[in-house]
Design a binder for this molecule. Sequence first.
Ligand code: ADP
Ligand code: MG
Ligand code: ZN
Length: 485
Amino acid sequence: MSPKYEMVIGLEVHAQLSTNTKLFCGCSTKFGADVNTNVCPVCLGMPGALPVLNRDAVTMAVQAGVALNCDIQHESVFARKNYFYPDLPKGYQISQFELPVCLGGSLDIEVDGAVKRIGITRIHMEEDAGKLLHQGAMGIADSTYSLVDLNRACTPLIEIVSEPDLRSAAEARAYVETLRQILRTIGVNDGNLEEGSLRVDINISLRHVGATQFGTRCEVKNVNSFRSIDRAIASEFIRQQEVLESGGRIVQQTRNYHDDTQTTTPLRDKEDAHDYRYFPEPDLLPLLLTDERIQSIRAAMPELPHAICRRYQQGLGLTRADADILIEEIGMRRFFEACLACAQDISPKEISKWVIGDLNALLKPKGGFGPSLSLSPEYFVKLIRLISSGALSGKMAKEMLPQLIETDQDPDVLMANLGGGQISDESTLLEIVRKVISENLDVVEKVKSGKTASANFLMGQVMKQSQGKAKPDLVMSLILAEINT
Ligand code: ADP
Ligand code: MG
Ligand code: ZN
């Protein structure tokens, strides 16, 4: 049976900009501080306190716009969006309304190998509200009272609004994943859905397959993981389908998603823009961006994920899978790039193999490639160089790696401490090989009679006598040469 309804989805994504300070005051934006410690008269909404626009936030908003192929506006205007809620002491949120900083962009997503271009309607800047801490219950429903934490108030956000171009949960998810990767890669957002630094509102409507008109939409909020994007869309699709099938009509609403029951419930009937009595913020001048400013931001744009991916595959010879891992793990990629910079003599593939493989595995339980990592790329590259020169075997390098991470000592020194590197000197090895052969003449006879596998036993003996340091391929060829002469 072919499906009767098609879903139409448009997303509003709020992304917290990674500035050190808030949008209109100098308070810190650091997550996890004690409640109401990152506050001042401006973000507390004290009468008479005046906002001052954060220059870095503007730069980041423009960077996001450039990354999403938007038209950056030379003039944009902040407005007051008036509403009452206990987490909003001013009684209004400063946001951009009629004239946002970016208009009309696009984002290419990939689902099942096919690329689809999704339109971006606009990107505007706004301040976040505070946070209510509901007491006496898990959520707002049964709580007896709520406390207000204003640390988050006035944190800079951009809201990225998509066109209603998405047609499935898979596309919506790919859109958020791709967007998140871009914002993280250019350093304007940390991509943390759980901590709320990326928040997704899902607008969804249904229409008969083949219809050209859109149906009435609902907006689903409180979706804070990738898994809940899929689930919220699935459950809202079913709900709307049931309403339509039973002859009902969809009421335009804002609905709340509950991950525990995987359902949505109505939050409020859809408000219209005029309900907010928007008007231009009188305490801020219009935001004017000169051509020079926009050009200089463009010129200094960090590399975008798809460009990195292409460079890693075509320029460095990495696989798509390895390129994807490095792009996703920003700290790991930074370390990889630092290694490349001091390793012109080693293939990038070899470096990526060690970074993504052994190094990553050892660092994972210790906070990964974060700021606590003291290992210098130069020493790590030196270790890999010791392998390619034959001074260390891969096995020895693996054994040395934890120590290298721990101490960040010169690998030459570590190697000396471990009693030297791999023995690849032929005359030294030949001496051991001859000794092993003279002690195992019976085995030599077996090899001669065609049981070549027995040569492995002799090899084992040589490794044992050399404390595992003999270069294996060289030892084997010496053994065979000795026996066959
Ligand atoms: P509001 O702030 O009122 O929600 P916005 O213009 O900011 O309005 O966002 C509207 C969002 O809803 C956009 O992402 C848009 O693509 C999407 N949208 C609009 N109409 C429909 C529809 N009929 N079905 C699904 N999504 C829609
Ligand atoms: Mg909305
Ligand atoms: Zn403040």
